[in-house]
Ligand binder design. Structure first.
Ligand code: PLZ
Length: 467
C-alpha cells in the first residue's frame, strides 16, 4: 500500500470481506502543502451536508474539511488536499498524528485487553502513567495521580481534592481563564460566548481575580504588582481562609495565549502557600513539551501543589490527569475519585508511547526551536502590519493579537479574515481570546521546519491579502 495516498484496501474480518478506501497516516505521509481542489473540496462539502443532517448544530467546525489521514505536520482531506497543520487538534497531537510508538503500543494493548475498569481490577499501564507523571511534573516531592477522561474532568477533580484537603469551598480563578465546558468548569471559564451563554445556572463558590495581561494593562505593571492586585481582590471579596484552591493556566490558552508578566505566578504561589490554599496549575494546554519545557510552570520554577494535564499527554487519545502532592491527593476518602473509563488501558498505552516519543525526539528542544522560528516569522509580519498589536507566547505556543488603527481596539473581523485566508490556502489556523482577535499557532512538535516556514509564508500572505 502506498502511504499517504488513497487506495482501495480489501479487509477480511470474521469471514466477511469488505473493500474500503483507506489512507494511512503517520510521519511517512509526504510533508507538503498540496491543494488539488478548493478548500473545502466537493467531497468534504458532500460530507458536510451529511454532517448537518446527523450532528447537533451546537457542535462547531473551524475548517470544514473531512480528514482521512494525518501525520507529521500535515492533514490529508477527503479530496486529496494536504494541509499544513498549525493547530495539532488544539495542542493535542504534539507528537504528531499516528506517531509510531503510540500506534505500536495501542495495537499491543488493544490485543491484550481493552477495558477492565481500573476501579474493578487494576492493571500496570495506569500505574506506569502515574509513575511518569510523578517524574515529569514540576517538583521532586512525593506525588500521586488520578487518571480521568478529559481536561474538564481533571479540573473538576482537582477542585474536589482541594476541597477535601482544606475543608474549604471557595475556588479562585482569573479573568480570561478557560477550564472546560462542564457545569463547574463553565463557572470557572471566563468567556460567555460560546461557552456559557444560555447554559446557566452555574456552580457557586467560584471567584474571579484580575489576570496579568501585559498588552492590555492601562499602565505598565510588574508581575508582582499584578499578583498583589489579584490577591487584594481575593482577600477583600472572598477571604484567603475560605479559599480551597487557586486554579490558573500558567499561560492562558483559549483566553488569548496571555503570558503573565514575570513574577506573577511565583508571587501567587507564595501567597497560596502562606494561606493554606492549594495552587492548581491547569497545564492542559501548556503541558507536555508545548512551551519548550515539560510544563510551563517549570519556566519560572513554580512548583504547583496540583497539576492538571490532558491534550498532549496521549497523542490524541482521551486521557487526563490530576497529579500532585501525596498529602493533598491522599486526603480524599477511598472511592471518592474515579469514573468508568478514567485511565483506560488503551489511552494509557498511548500516553506511554507519546512520552517515549517526546524523550526520544527531544520535543522540549524542538518546541524551543519552533518558538524561535515562529516568533521571528510573526515579528516579521508585525513590522509590516500595524494590525499586529502584540506577538507573544513561549515555545510552540505562539500568537498575535490583532488590533485596529489605534493599536489597541480588538479587531476580531481581521483575525477571522486572516484565518479564513489561511484555510483557503491549505493552512490550518485557530483563533482565540476573550475578544476573538488572537491568532494562535500550535504546530505539532514533529512538523518539519521547511513545512512550518511555508506555513508562515502563507500566514504573512494572509495579512497582505486582508490589509
Ligand atoms: N483547561 C487550559 O485548554 C481545553 C477547548 C476547546 P477538555 N481547551 C480546548 C473547546 O472549545 O472545547 C482545556 C484547556 C485548559 C481545560 C480544558 C478542557 O479540556 O479536554 O476539552 O475538557
Amino acid at each position: 500500500m502506498i502511504r499517504g495516498s488513497a487506495t482501495l484496501q480489501t479487509v477480511t474480518l470474521s469471514g466477511v470481506t469488505t473493500t474500503s478506501s483507506t489512507v494511512l497516516g503517520g510521519p511517512s505521509l509526504p510533508q507538503e502543502r498540496r491543494l488539488v481542489t478548493a478548500v473545502p473540496g466537493p467531497r468534504s462539502l458532500e460530507k458536510l451536508a451529511r454532517r448537518a443532517r446527523h450532528v447537533a448544530a451546537g457542535v462547531g467546525t473551524t475548517l470544514p474539511v473531512f480528514v482521512e489521514a494525518a501525520g507529521g505536520g500535515v492533514l490529508v482531506d477527503a479530496d486529496g488536499n494536504s494541509l499544513i497543520d498549525l493547530a495539532s487538534g488544539i495542542a493535542v497531537a504534539s507528537v504528531g498524528n499516528s506517531a509510531p510508538h503510540v500506534v505500536e503500543r495501542v495495537i499491543e494493548q488493544t490485543r491484550a485487553f481493552t477495558h477492565t475498569c481500573f476501579m474493578v481490577t487494576p492493571y500496570d499501564v495506569y500505574v506506569d502513567v502515574c509513575e511518569k507523571l510523578a517524574e515529569l511534573t514540576p517538583g521532586d516531592h512525593e506525588k500521586r495521580s488520578a487518571l480521568l477522561n478529559s481536561g474538564a474532568e481533571a479540573v473538576e477533580n482537582a477542585v474536589k481534592i482541594a476541597r477535601a484537603f482544606t475543608g474549604r469551598t471557595a475556588v479562585a480563578v482569573v479573568d480570561h481563564a478557560y477550564h472546560g465546558r462542564t457545569n463547574l468548569t463553565m463557572a470557572m471559564t471566563a468567556k460567555n460566548m460560546p461557552y456559557k451563554h444560555s447554559f446557566g445556572p452555574f456552580a457557586g463558590e467560584v471567584y474571579r481575580a484580575p489576570m496579568s495581561y501585559p498588552f492590555r494593562e492601562p499602565t505598565e505593571i510588574s508581575g508582582i504588582a499584578a499578583a498583589d492586585r489579584a490577591i487584594d481582590v481575593l482577600e477583600k471579596q472572598v477571604g484567603a481562609g475560605n479559599l480551597a484552591c487557586l486554579v490558573i493556566e500558567p499561560i492562558l490558552g483559549e483566553g488569548g495565549f496571555v503570558v503573565p508578566a514575570p513574577g506573577f505566578l511565583p508571587r501567587l504561589k507564595e501567597w497560596t502557600e502562606a494561606n493554606g490554599i492549594v495552587f492548581v496549575a491547569d497545564e492542559i494546554q501548556t503541558g507536555f513539551c508545548r512551551t519548550g519545557d515539560w510544563f510551563a510552570s517549570d519556566h519560572e520554577g513554580v512548583v504547583p501543589d496540583l497539576v492538571t494535564t490532558a491534550k498532549g499527554i496521549a497523542g490524541g487519545f482521551p486521557l487526563a490527569a490530576v497529579t500532585g502532592r501525596a498529602d493533598v491527593m491522599d486526603a480524599v476518602h477511598v472511592g471518592g475519585l474515579g469514573g468508568t473509563y478514567g485511565g483506560n488501558p488503551v489511552a494509557c498505552a498511548a500516553a506511554l508511547g507519546s512520552i517515549e516519543t517526546m524523550r526520544e525526539l527531544d520535543l522540549v528542544g524542538r518546541a524551543r526551536r519552533i518558538g524561535d522560528l515562529v516568533g521571528s516569522a510573526l515579528r516579521g509580519i508585525a513590522e509590516k502590519h500595524p494590525a499586529v498589536g502584540d506577538v507573544r507566547g513561549r515555545g510552540a505556543m505562539q500568537a498575535v493579537e490583532i488590533v485596529g488603527a489605534d493599536g489597541h481596539t480588538p479587531d476580531p473581523a481581521r483575525a477571522g479574515a486572516v484565518s479564513a485566508y489561511c484555510h483557503s490556502q491549505g493552512v490550518v489556523t485557530l483563533t482565540c481570546g476573550t475578544y476573538g482577535n488572537v491568532l494562535r499557532f500550535l504546530p505539532p512538535l514533529v512538523a518539519p521546519e521547511a513545512l512550518l516556514t511555508e506555513g508562515f509564508e502563507v500566514v504573512a500572505a494572509a495579512f497582505d491579502a486582508t490589509a
